[in-house]
Design a binder for this molecule. Sequence first.
Ligand SMILES: [Zn+2]
Length: 177
Amino acid sequence: MDNQTNSQQDVNKDEQITLRCSKCGKSITPAEAVQTPVGYRCMDCVRQQQRIFDTSKPLDYLWGFLIAAVISFLGSLLTSAIGFFTFLLAPAAGVAVAEVVRAVTKKRRGKKLFRIVAAGVILGGLPLILVSLVNFIAALSMGSFNLFGLLPLAYKVLYLFLAVPSAYYRLSGSRRL
Ligand SMILES: [Zn+2]
């Protein structure tokens, strides 16, 4: 396995640490090096590897977006009923989005797909945020300021803050470089 010996650190005359890419053998500084399970790699090789791992197809983007938007909307709808338990619901909704998308796209993956799914989760959660906002403003304009009137809005915003990273990392983290 000379891949591994190549990836070991060489100390040059200036006692400056240089590394070697385990794939192409190019010298790289520690700042440029990316640590992978098979040793240090240069950015070019890492990018190339990512392109190979990007298996998603155009139709996956459409399905990923729709699934994410629909599940996210339903989750957002539930926040009104469960209030505080949004803390538990939101990460679960994110996981549900990721798992359904993975099943429908047959576990194909790609950075663009992950981003589109995250965008779908955001878009699915926005309509009810707007509704809550409009309701709150309407109540205000009728002279009834009630701090608790902000709660439905707060839960829906919180929901998105928890559901989006949950969906993204569940989907993207299932296989590492
Ligand atoms: Zn390289």
